[in-house]
Ligand binder design. Structure first.
Ligand SMILES: [Zn+2]
Length: 360
């Protein structure tokens, strides 16, 4: 295969087809991880993709469309405050201007970091054109318990949920925990507590099981036993497979914030950090995946990806789909993450046949 690396660190390995100028069929995932993570998330899609291509080569198959393995850069690391940096830039979801302004916590710009890593090209060259891929398919561990629980070895992903996230600051008034009487208080943490419950409620009442909302960070100032909380920072993460419904939940949270702020005489500021659109997977790829499962009498189920992946961003420039395999207890993002060799082999087999069908 011909290997190249782009200016942000994405790695492409291309097996040239007999029609090299035709759009390629892509597969791949990421090999980076969060701290204290497992070794299957992402890696299964990269090594599985590599093995799928090698077995097609060994079988004597000659693709018409080139088949390309992609190793996305910076899927998990959030050094610059954002995941999926490689696929965001490949797909143009993140513009070059925005990328140039990115700095890490120590104010080191992305430009400097990538140059130090030996990536010298220009960021303008990273974005792929709309017709670059005919199809992109990503093999991945499920990162949830459904396949294992239902004893189904394969999941064909039909939709990928997308998160929207907010940073919320609540400003009240601090004071002595003994001195300030209850009617005079503007306790920021009490207001934040109501908002957290409103976030939960907005997701619970959206009318769909696909809506989930989480407050994962709550920082309280000054954080002392004998001091009334004056300021609270919250993170809010809302995900759904339906954009309208997710944005409806975001509006409900905003409205709740206003009501709580008025009632409790505090100020609540909400800053939108990102709001990516969910993706609908491509029928032709879903069909190719399903056909391969049927051919090998492998049970499979259509499913939704609740975590987001590079494929979510690739969907902006190419038809995409994903193939899930079970992982033990649904565990992911922890060191005991595990997928069995048998499950990885099944996923790789179906991936290989799907690539062959799409590239024929
Ligand atoms: Zn992953």
């Amino acid at each position: 295969m011909n290997v190249r690396q782009d200016a942000i660190g994405n790695i492409f390995a291309r097996w040239r087809g007999t029609e090299p100028s035709a759009p390629a069929v892509g597969t791949g995932s990421h090999i980076d991880a969060i701290p204290n993570a497992g070794k299957y998330d992402g890696v299964v899609g990269v090594l599985g993709g590599l093995e799928a291509i090698r077995s097609l080569q060994r079988s004597g198959f000659r693709p018409e469309h080139s088949i390309e393995l992609l190793v996305f850069t910076s899927e998990e690391p959030t050094r610059f405050g954002i995941g999926c940096l490689g696929s965001r830039m490949l797909s143009g979801t993140m513009s070059v201007d925005v990328a140039r302004r990115l700095t890490d916590k120590k104010d080191v710009p992305l430009e400097e970091v990538r140059r130090d890593a030996g990536l010298s090209g220009s960021l303008e060259e990273v974005k792929l054109t709309n017709g670059y891929y005919k199809a992109f398919v990503e093999l991945h561990i499920e990162q949830g318990p459904l396949l294992e629980r239902q004893k189904i070895p394969l999941g064909v992903v039909t939709r990928i949920a997308a998160p929207a996230s907010l940073r919320v600051s609540v400003e009240g008034a601090g004071g002595h925990a003994g001195g300030v009487l209850m009617p005079d208080r503007r306790d920021a943490l009490c207001a934040a507590s109501e908002l957290i419950l409103a976030v939960e409620n907005a997701a619970r009442t959206s009318g769909a099981a696909d809506t989930v909302a989480t407050v994962g960070i709550c920082e309280v100032f000054p954080g002392a036993v004998n001091s009334i909380p004056s300021r609270v920072h919250l993170s809010v993460d809302v995900r759904d497979t339906n954009l309208e419904r997710r944005d409806g939940v975001m509006r409900a949270i905003e409205a709740a914030g206003q009501t709580i702020a008025e009632k409790r005489q505090v100020s609540i500021r909400e800053e939108l950090l990102n709001a990516d659109a969910p993706a609908e997977c491509a029928a032709a790829i879903i069909e190719a995946l399903s056909e391969s499962c049927v051919r090998h009498q492998l049970a499979y189920t259509p499913m939704v990806s609740r975590a987001y992946h590079d494929s979510l961003f690739m969907s902006r420039i190419a038809p995409v789909a994903m193939l899930f395999i079970p992982c033990r207890n649904g565990y992911s993002h922890r060191p005991d993450e595990y997928a069995s060799p048998e499950d990885i082999a099944r996923g790789t087999l179906v991936l290989a046949e799907t690539l062959a069908a799409l590239a024929a």
